[in-house]
Ligand binder design. Structure first.
Ligand SMILES: [Zn+2]
Length: 267
């Protein structure tokens, strides 16, 4: 039996394995980068929302302060007028106006207290968070408890981390670029040869690869298919040893003698 066809497909699998090994060097990095970037967005949003609340409080505080000043100056004017009042009616009318302004001031002061109360509560929560951090009780900390400075530090750290990972990935890509393109050329050429010599095997190979299987051709290992570990019947061993292939009954992979991979590597 002519086993030259299977050798061609083993060579293709060998080349595909080489490129897969190179790509596995960066395995995880793109996903890690994505996850870090999500964390960065989330942290940035938290910081931004705190900044917004602080700015709103500041603006309201200023407006209320202006209202109070305005009311006070009005009260002063009314009081001055009272000293010049010609009769009780005039005096009482001014008293009513003063009373109104005083109510306005009281209302503004309540609103100012409300802001102060909110800020105090936020500070207390952050202090609690700081304490929990000191005690390593991270799982008990919620979003509001994260102290401003810790949140900011976290944001800076995440940015540094993602930069490092990106550089790492970039350098892997750069370092392996020529090797990858060299392998891609070889794979292209090898596929052309297999297409010419053994189109049915190539179709089988591609069909297996289009599924969940990364390695369509595998070695016989300890008398089993090394793809799925299913035992290969003894009566098929001779064929494999002679350089033929066996289609695993369990996973459908092509099982060959490891010698063929050694030959493919040295080809
Ligand atoms: Zn198998």
């Amino acid at each position: 039996m002519d086993h030259s066809k299977i050798k061609l497909i083993v060579r293709l699998q060998h080349l595909d394995n080489l490129i897969e090994n190179i790509l596995s060097l960066q395995k995880g990095l793109p996903e890690e980068i994505d996850a870090l970037e999500e964390d960065i967005t989330f942290t940035e949003r938290q910081i931004e929302s705190r900044r917004k609340i602080a700015a709103e409080h500041e603006k309201t505080r200023q407006e209320l302060g202006e209202t109070i000043d305005h009311c006070r100056s009005k009260i002063k004017t009314f009081k001055d007028k009272q000293t010049l009042a010609r009769n009780n009616k005039e005096y009482d009318a001014l008293s009513k106006q003063i009373e109104y302004e005083e109510k306005e001031i009281a209302q503004a002061e309540i609103m100012l207290q409300d802001i102060q109360h909110k800020e105090q509560k936020a500070t207390e929560l952050q202090e609690k968070g700081r304490q929990l951090i000191a005690e390593n009780r991270y799982d008990e900390i919620n979003e509001e408890m994260m102290p401003d400075d810790v949140l900011q530090q976290q944001f800076e750290d995440l940015k540094k981390q993602v930069e490092q990972k990106k550089e790492e990935l970039e350098s892997i890509i750069v370092e392996t670029a020529s090797e990858v393109s060299d392998l891609e050329d070889k794979i292209k050429a090898q596929r052309a040869v297999v297409m010419e010599e053994a189109p049915r095997l190539l179709a089988k190979y591609d069909h297996l690869k289009s599924g969940r299987v990364q390695n369509a051709v595998v070695k016989l290992h300890r008398q089993a298919c090394s793809g799925c570990n299913t035992r290969v019947p003894t009566n098929r061993h001779t064929l494999i040893v002679q350089g033929g292939f066996y289609l695993c009954e369990s996973c459908g992979r092509m099982v060959v003698h490891e010698r063929l991979f050694e030959e493919a590597e040295n080809a």
